[in-house]
Design a protein around this ligand. Structure first.
Ligand code: SF4
Length: 372
């Protein structure tokens, strides 16, 4: 049997002597995050484009945990592209939007988006361990002034209470695991007092960027709030470390249902081999590949976005090659707030009366005859 959980990721030499107890403490990892150019230059050979990206940023935060920085390789590395800004990020194209999914326009009360009848998004913090350069919410993550203080979620809870059509609440942010266990449990407990809320989903990238956060105390704090779905966000096999495997195992062992939402990113995961390797690893950790998202047109993300055809080609190449369990849905979240549409490669070749002809994964044609 493949053992994905044993061993530890090699640390960046700067942290080689840090005692394991500190290194494995998520609070230490958060305290020691790299947040400025000078510190980054002491750790990596920063390219001129990266230096310009870090210095020229306006509001979008920059932070990387020592753990995630230890996964960063040479320029072009898929982890580096996600974590370290470049000057390409400073270019905003005419089609890009500050709020690409129109979340603020569909916000009936502060800190809540309600777009689909039965689902709502609740923003509980705007902090994250690492600020992903492709983030849809780059307009507000890291901005402590836009994050809800205690009591400021009251209107959101009240809205959910008087809107029983909402059965499914996505607890998001920022990254909800940036909150303390106690604060998170308090929020989940309040959601559980609302009878109409059947399912809670926790959207977190901590298993990727700060797997140390998934400790026994967190699991115990979350355990009373089943059914709890945990959506995480792995984008590349380089992120599939023993620490990440142990974090997912802890969550799966506690009975939470795990799903992964990958974002399709140029130069990161825009080829079938990368996606297959990632999804096979995820399945071994009991985490179902749930979505491939087309990267949203947030400001400054043009260099990370791919054509939609790239996603369709990846899906087409996966069919017939890997189990359906490893094949997620490919979704485009429509700019402006239209919601998700899912896309599949076209397999219907001809539609004739009583007959449909299809192309299989290997290009061969087959006809299905419909009985009268
Ligand atoms: S963890 Fe999620 S919310 Fe935070 S920066 Fe990354 S994509 Fe955005």
């Amino acid at each position: 049997m493949i053992d994905d959980r044993s061993g530890d990721t090699p640390r960046h030499p700067a942290w080689a002597e840090v005692p394991d107890r500190a290194w494995n403490d998520w609070r230490w990892q958060l305290r020691e995050r790299v947040t400025d150019l000078a510190r980054l230059q002491s750790l990596l050979e920063v390219t001129p484009a990266e230096a310009r990206g870090i210095v020229g940023r306006t509001s979008f935060s920059f932070a990387v945990t020592p753990y995630y920085l230890s996964l960063v390789g040479a320029p072009g590395c898929p982890v580096r592209r996600q974590a370290i800004p470049t000057d390409e990020e400073l270019r905003v194209t005419p089609s890009e939007l500050r709020d690409p999914l129109g979340e603020d326009a569909h916000s009936p009360v502060p800190h809540l988006t309600h777009r689909y009848p039965d689902r709502a998004l609740l923003y509980v913090t705007h902090n994250c361990p690492v600020y992903c350069r492709h983030c849809t919410r780059s307009r507000k993550v890291g901005d402590e002034h836009s994050a809800p203080a205690r009591g400021e979620l009251d209107a959101a809870f009240e809205y959910l209470r008087r809107t029983p059509a909402v059965r499914d609440v996505l607890v998001s942010g920022g990254d909800p695991l940036s909150l303390s266990d106690a604060r998170l449990a308090e929020i989940l407990a309040r959601l559980r007092t609302i009878d109409s809320v059947e399912v809670i989903r926790l959207c977190t990238r901590n298993p990727v960027t700060l797997p140390q956060r998934i400790d026994d105390a967190l699991v115990e704090a979350l355990r009373p709030f089943q059914p709890l779905y945990v959506h995480t966000h792995f984008n590349h096999p380089r992120e599939c470390t023993p620490e990440a495997a142990r974090a997912l195992a802890r969550l799966a062992d506690a009975g939470f249902v795990l799903g992964n939402q990958m974002v399709l990113l140029r130069g990161v995961n825009d080829d079938v081999d990368t996606v297959v390797a990632l999804n096979r690893w995820l399945l071994r950790q009991r985490c179902r590949p749930y979505y491939i998202f087309q990267c949203d047109p947030a400001e400054g993300t043009a260099h990370l976005r791919t054509p939609i055809q790239t996603g369709l080609t990846i899906l087409d190449q996966m069919r017939g090659r890997v189990s359906g369990l490893a094949i997620p849905q490919y979704a485009v979240d429509l700019p402006g707030g239209g919601g998700k549409v899912t896309l599949v490669p076209e397999r219907l070749v001809r539609a004739e009366p009583g007959r449909r002809t299809f192309r299989d994964a290997f290009g061969r044609e087959f006809t299905y005859v419909e009985e009268e």
